[in-house]
Design a protein around this ligand. Structure first.
Ligand SMILES: NC(=O)c1ccc[n+]([C@@H]2O[C@H](COP(=O)([O-])OP(=O)(O)OC[C@H]3O[C@@H](n4cnc5c(N)ncnc54)[C@H](OP(=O)(O)O)[C@@H]3O)[C@@H](O)[C@H]2O)c1
Length: 338
């Protein structure tokens, strides 16, 4: 089977992304061949393009963190009935392609009737948001949470999931996104407001029950200070660290979280990693399947909505990347077949 895929050759501008065509072998035992219907541009690809994503592969490689597609054919040991089914998968890399080979165990069924592009926006974003809310912070109905970057892919999903459970959400974002956040029932605050901490204290005088931070640095320190006794801080990126090497900054963040977590004040601090636990592969796949199925079911029931910024063909991947990086259009830029 011939496939066209996008290659990130090194640290390049979006216009430096390349298309190449090659032959894929038939699926090996345990594998499936998936025809990709939708992948997307997440923050991870933007960081990888700059060589700033901790643990990214050596250049050149094919980016693409997640995808939705249809199973074309299956390898030995894989149930033949899987052929023709619409599935979702987290790939970390490799998703920006016409066809991909994947382990069958990584696939999650997409409910009938869902648009593949809509579903795509909730694969990594959905698993991350669901697990941070329900597995890491374990927020309860009636509690109040602080979500940084509440208009982002993960942030807006987390906010929607929390609101469904009767959790009050204070979300920080650029003011141009505030009306959209209000429509989701979020109390929006400007992340650049110098009085932000005071504003949050006015809304939650006893502190917030959980805080979710993708920015790091002062944003993370402030969130820790604003936690209520017994509250949980969940860090999941240091996206605001734009200058200087990433790895030392990342390690310093982990060390800080460990120190805070050891303090005898009842507050918890942790770093959420989507890929943790993958060494026990069967357990990891079962947990991912359960959590992603829960999120996609909510989408199918119309209880949460997908945020699609634009649908751009794979052949115009540079435009897709440029649009995503401009951060001007709300939602995720979805990449569709050329
Ligand atoms: N730990 C994990 O396992 C895991 C899993 C998934 C994602 N992530 C991380 O989660 C973060 C969010 O991912 P995403 O795909 O949801 O990203 P996204 O859609 O680009 O959202 C990023 C959000 O952060 C806000 N932001 C404010 N200052 C920023 C800055 N200096 N740089 C970047 N964003 C800034 C953005 O607001 P404006 O657009 O208004 O500026 C936006 O709301 C990324 O850092 C990603 O790597 C981590």
């Amino acid at each position: 089977m011939e496939t066209t895929e996008v290659v990130l050759p090194g640290i390049v501008e979006p216009s430096g992304l390349q298309l190449r065509t090659r032959d894929l072998p038939p699926p090996a035992p345990g594998q499936v061949l998936v025809t990709v219907e939708a992948s997307g541009v997440s923050f991870a690809e933007q960081a990888m393009r700059r060589g700033r994503y901790p643990g990214q592969p050596k250049f050149p490689f094919v980016p693409g963190y997640d995808l939705v597609g249809v199973v074309h054919s299956v390898g030995a040991g894989v149930h033949a009935a899987l052929a023709g089914r619409r599935v979702a998968a987290m790939t970390k890399t490799g998703g920006w392609a016409q066809h991909v080979l994947l382990p069958a165990g990584d696939l999650v069924a997409v409910p009938d009737g869902l648009d593949p592009g809509d579903a795509e926006t909730l694969v990594v974003n959905g698993v991350t948001a669901w697990q941070m809310l329900h597995r890491t912070a374990r927020v309860q109905p009636g509690q109040t949470i602080l979500v940084h970057g509440a208009n982002g892919g993960v942030g807006v999903t987390l906010a929607q999931l929390a609101r469904l459970d009767g959790i009050r959400v204070i979300g920080t974002a650029n003011p141009r996104h505030h009306d959209a956040l209000r429509a989701f029932g979020v109390v929006p605050l400007d992340h650049a407001d110098p009085q932000l901490a005071d504003r949050i204290r006015e809304l939650a005088p006893g502190g917030v029950d959980a805080a979710f931070d993708n920015l790091g640095g002062e944003h993370l320190r402030r969130a820790w200070r604003l936690l209520a006794p017994g509250g949980a801080l969940v860090s999941y990126s240091i996206a605001a660290h734009e200058k200087g090497p990433m790895v030392p900054a990342f390690l310093a963040t982990l060390a800080r979280l460990a120190v805070w977590n050891a303090l005898p004040n009842g507050k918890r601090a942790s770093f959420y990693d989507l890929w943790s636990g993958r060494r026990d592969l069967a357990k990891f796949q079962a947990r991912t399947r359960k959590d992603l199925t829960a999120v996609l079911s909510l989408l199918a029931e119309g209880r949460i909505t997908a945020q699609v910024a634009a649908r751009v063909p794979l052949s115009r991947i540079s435009e897709a990347m440029t649009l995503a990086e401009a951060r001007t259009v709300p939602g995720k830029v979805v990449v569709v077949p050329a």
